[in-house]
Design a protein around this ligand. Structure first.
Ligand code: NI
Ligand code: MN
Length: 226
């Protein structure tokens, strides 16, 4: 058994492990870099970090088509339930042991309104523990010093935004790597739109010159096996 991460562009990953399949932040329709359509996605769980359209994305369509459980903060889980979807609400700092493994919500410095402007609670990141691996998906956030506390758990893979403008840019993401000290870093949330254009190879070079982490640049459609 191994955990497999497949990048679908922007902040979206398919995670296979613990006997389940889950998708994180399924922004596919309207994502110019996405390599799959919502109707192609077969999952048991949909994890949503915050309510912005480029993260909530196709949650409704995917969760409905798969009868998948939506895992998110309380406010997003209530919205999902009101749409007739199955949902499980958590809150920041809280975690729950699901059949596939554990999901804990981590802090994120960001916003979380739904595309219609309604309240989506506080934004979060995810600490996933499955098959003995710790995966920290920071989701949309600025740099914060408490990333060091998350890193103290021993992070196998840190998934960090580098796009700047809406989230950390490459310089702060490098500082995040220094705080978290993960084994592997995957940069995300860049290149989807011109305003968040970045050079991931330049980021990889900076990470590998300044930290002991390995940086893996995934193109949409690429996978990493842990
Ligand atoms: Ni956002
Ligand atoms: Mn975003």
């Amino acid at each position: 058994m191994a955990v497999k991460l497949t990048y679908y562009g922007h902040a979206c990953f398919l995670v296979e492990g613990g006997g389940s399949k889950m998708i994180i932040d399924p922004f596919l329709e309207g994502n110019p870099t996405a390599t799959v359509k919502p109707s192609d996605v077969k999952v048991d769980y949909v994890l949503v970090s915050h309510a912005h359209g480029d993260h909530w994305g196709d949650t409704e369509a995917i969760a409905r088509a798969n009868n998948a459980l939506v895992i998110a903060n309380h406010e997003i889980s209530v919205r999902a339930a009101n749409l007739g979807l199955r949902s499980h609400g958590l809150h920041i700092g809280g975690g729950y042991n699901f059949p596939f493994g554990r999901v804990q919500l981590t802090p994120a410095l960001h916003g979380s309104s739904f595309p219609d402007g309604s309240y989506g609670g506080n934004p979060a990141g995810f600490l996933l523990t499955l098959e003995g691996k710790n995966i920290y998906h920071a989701c949309d956030t600025g740099l914060f010093y408490d990333m060091k506390l998350i890193g103290e758990k021993g992070i196998d893979v840190a998934i960090l935004p580098i796009g700047d403008n809406y989230t950390m840019g490459p310089e702060d993401a490098l500082r995040a790597v220094q705080l978290i000290q993960p084994k592997v870093v995957i940069p995300i949330h860049y290149g989807t739109f011109d305003i968040i254009k970045q050079d991931p190879e330049k980021f990889k070079a900076a990470v590998e010159a300044n930290t002991s982490a390995k940086c893996v640049v995934l193109r949409p459609g690429d996978s990493l096996q842990l």
